[in-house]
Ligand binder design. Structure first.
Ligand SMILES: [Zn+2]
Length: 65
């Protein structure tokens, strides 16, 4: 298996890496994984800035029942 981004041969540890949300194998080497991780971290920072998470009304679940 090779990295789907840079085509480098993947190590055993990199083969086991899976997407946290989809559970699908990432097929991405550690080098490319690092740049993806930074992108994700920026996204979370952005969400935190906009306070989307705190705006989600968790109490609405009770209203749906
Ligand atoms: Zn790569």
């Amino acid at each position: 298996m090779r990295c789907k981004i840079c085509d480098a041969k993947l190590k055993d540890g990199e083969l086991l890496k899976r997407d946290l949300f989809t559970g699908l194998p990432l097929d991405t080497c550690g080098k490319c994984m690092g740049s993806i991780g930074e992108a994700v971290a920026e996204d979370f920072e952005y969400i935190d800035d906009v306070n989307i998470i705190s705006k989600i009304p968790l109490d609405n679940e009770e209203n749906d029942l």
